[in-house]
Structure formats: C-alpha cells, structure tokens
Design a protein around this ligand. Structure first.
Ligand code: HEC
Length: 138
C-alpha cells in the first residue's frame, strides 16, 4: 500500500515537472504529422510563420526559423508554451493533445528552427569589436 502511495506521488510529480523524453526519429515523425494538422495553418509548413491563416493575425505567428522565442528554446520551454499558450494571442493552449504529442511537437518545432539557422550564426563575432582585439598578447 505504501509502495502504491509512493508510485502515485511520483507519477503526479512527473506530470507537473515532466522531464523531456529523449528525442528520436519516431518522435520527430509524430511531431511532423501533428504539426501539419495543428500548427501549419498559422505557422506555415516549414514553420516560417506564413500559414494561410497568418495574414489575419496580430501578433503574427512566430517564424520559428528566425524570430526569438519569448518563452525560451529548450524542449521543456516549447512544451510549456504548448500546454499554456501565449496569453492574448492566437497561440492557444494545446493541452488537449496528449503529453507525448506535445513533446513530439516541441522537438519538431526546434528541428524546424535549427534548419533555418546556418551553424556559423551561432559563433559570436569575436575579434572585430573591442580595442585590444588586434593586439597580440605577450
Ligand atoms: C491560430 C494560429 C496558431 C496556431 C494554430 C498555432 N499557433 Fe503557435 N503562435 C501563434 C501566434 C500568433 C504566436 C505568436 C504569439 C506572440 O506573439 O507572443 C505563436 C507562437 C508560437 C511559439 C513561440 C512562443 C514563444 O516562446 O515565443 C511557438 C513555439 C508556437 N507558437 C508553436 C506552435 C505549435 C507547435 C502549434 C501547433 C500545435 C501552434 N503553435 C499552433 C499562432 C498559432
């Protein structure tokens, strides 16, 4: 009985503070099929914020490939956005989707985001700013 109580409390804790499941090909595939149905009308097929419904919206749907994310860019941040939505915008809560599907979507969104960014953009432009940059160190 006590063991059951522990199991139940662990389970409920994991519902609140769910750690991201590991990403996998299956999860990303699941994310893509859900995205095409649930998100592409606003965010566009590649997440560029250019879905057919986007014209009518203010604020515009996020362009995942270039726009900053208010709520952060970790899988758990995107999953939270999906659970809660963004207040006062067309980005509603998707809490009605199963949790696993929301994680799949979160990973897929980050996949689209990564696809739009050249890797070099992540490297800070060191050495071109600041006085001492050109001075060799002794
Ligand atoms: C009805 C249109 C609409 C649909 C459908 C929609 N979104 Fe959004 N989404 C928006 C808008 C508008 C914003 C920008 C909100 C803002 O400006 O804060 C947004 C923002 C976001 C953001 C960025 C949040 C942040 O941190 O800045 C993410 C991630 C996101 N949506 C994911 C999704 C996913 C995944 C789906 C499908 C499950 C989805 N959206 C479906 C309209 C939509």
């Amino acid at each position: 009985m006590r063991r059951l109580a522990v199991a139940v409390s662990l389970l409920s804790a994991s519902l609140v503070f769910a750690a991201p499941p590991p990403s996998s090909k299956e999860l990303l595939d699941k994310g893509k099929s859900s995205f095409d149905i649930n998100c592409a009308p606003c965010h566009g097929p590649k997440g560029a914020g250019d879905g057919p419904a986007a014209v009518a919206l203010n604020p515009k749907p996020r362009n995942f490939t270039v726009d900053p994310f208010k709520n952060g860019e970790k899988p758990e941040n995107v999953a939270k956005t999906l659970a809660e939505g963004v207040k006062d915008t067309a980005m509603v809560s998707f809490a009605h989707l199963p949790e696993q599907e929301r994680w799949a979507l979160a990973y897929y969104v980050l996949e689209l985001r990564g696809a739009g960014k050249p890797a070099a953009a992540a490297v800070p432009d060191a050495g071109t700013k600041g006085k001492g940059a050109a001075k060799p160190k002794k």
